[in-house]
Design a protein around this ligand. Structure first.
Ligand code: NAP
Ligand code: ZN
Length: 348
């Protein structure tokens, strides 16, 4: 079926309206009328081909929230009118060790929501900057009624990508968490870590974000620009959640970890990191990484956010401003996630 969306026609080219084909819902598919789509920094990395060679035209968007408009005959978990979301994945082989554990994010045959190919290997996937999506019900999430649909959309990536490592490293009362970078992911890390009971500090390069950081739930806010300032926080944290999107020297941050502390990378800067072995070896520290989360854990995160009244701080934008939004995200000038109002698609 013809579907209207916005696409990057080529690497680094501005996004523009584009029509493409989506499949009719099959027996196991859910069709969602998209109401809102978050703008993740990963959309920008990919539209600019900063990670690997992308597939163009590219319709970005993996923070998708809307309402079910059609269901296939064999669908059991959704009905027309349900509030529903889709995140970064739309399929996996469902048969490997990872899938059987509900860890689809590690499936070697996982299918990404856009800039990927369906399991047939040839049909490109297109994301949420569009009027509708058709997805197997096993990769569709229920958005709890307590969460506003627009502020819930970014939970599908920013929410799960921070919730998953916070859970994995057993964040709770008594844990000291440092969040590096207060953007889309960072502000969710603050809210979620706080809701889990941790002591939370924000480590930012934007002094103007201090009041927001404290309002979002951080106990402390630091802009670390001198050796002295790093020195004061030495051996402070159990976990550093590194959401920084830019090519920055992370070596001075390792000494901020206590013995056996972990810096988990969720940010994906373009260039390879250069790590000073001594700063990790000392203190038996760990450098780890974490991609999104599995489907089961994503639903758990949505339910956790509903129970704790946690949603994203968003700036709603019409779709014809998407290119401006990209520029503002690159300048760390978003409070704290742009969400596209898909109702603006038709007149754009
Ligand atoms: P974002 O909203 O742009 O936030 C990134 C933050 O990094 C900025 O707000 C800024 O925080 C900090 N930063 C930016 N430039 C910096 C610089 N030159 N020096 C120091 N700090 C800088 O991006 P996002 O959507 O949260 O995504 C963050 C990263 O995570 C991206 O690389 C994205 O691709 C990646 N990501 C990974 C996953 C995953 O599965 N692991 C999922 C989603 C996104 P301050 O202003 O506070 O310093
Ligand atoms: Zn994302």
């Amino acid at each position: 079926m013809r579907t209207l969306g916005w696409a990057a026609p080529a690497p680094r080219a501005p996004l523009a309206p584009w029509e493409f084909e989506r499949r009719e819902p099959g027996p196991h598919d859910v069709e969602i009328a998209i109401h809102f789509a978050g703008i993740c920094h990963s959309d920008i990395h990919q539209a600019r081909d900063e990670w690997s060679e992308g597939t163009f035209p590219m319709v970005p968007g993996h923070e998708i929230a809307g309402v079910v408009s059609r269901v296939g005959g064999a669908v059991t978990r959704f009905k027309v009118g349900d509030r529903a979301g889709v995140g970064c994945m739309v399929d996996s082989d469902r048969d490997c060790e990872e899938c059987r554990l509900g860890l689809e994010q590690f499936c070697p045959n996982g299918v990404y929501t856009y800039n990927g190919f369906e399991r047939d290997g040839v049909t490109p996937t297109y994301g949420g900057y569009s009027e509708r999506i058709v997805t197997d019900e096993n990769f569709v999430l229920h958005i709890p009624d307590e969460l506003p649909l627009d502020a819930a959309a970014p939970l599908l990536c920013a929410g799960i990508t921070t919730y998953s490592p916070l859970r994995h490293w057993e964040t709770g009362p008594g844990t000291r968490v440092g969040v590096m970078g207060l953007g889309g992911l960072g502000h969710m890390a603050v809210k979620i870590a706080r809701a889990m009971g941790a002591e939370v500090s924000v480590l930012s390069h934007s002094p103007a974000k201090k009041a927001d950081a404290l309002r979002l739930g951080a106990h402390e806010f630091h802009v670390l620009s001198s050796d002295d300032e790093f020195e004061k926080l030495k051996r402070r944290f159990d976990l550093l959640v590194n959401t920084v999107s830019a090519d920055v020297d992370f070596n001075p941050y390792f000494p901020l970890l206590r013995r056996d502390g972990t810096m988990v990378l969720v940010g994906l800067p373009e260039k390879p990191l250069s790590i000073d072995a001594g700063s990790v070896v000392g203190g038996r520290r760990r450098l780890a990484g974490s991609p999104i989360g599995g489907i089961r854990e994503t639903q758990e995160m949505l339910n956790f956010c509903a129970a704790h009244h946690v949603a994203c701080d968003i700036e709603l934008t019409p779709i014809d401003r998407v290119n401006e939004c990209y520029e503002r995200v690159l300048r760390s000038d978003v409070r704290y996630r742009f969400v596209i109002d898909i109702a603006t698609l038709e007149r754009a």
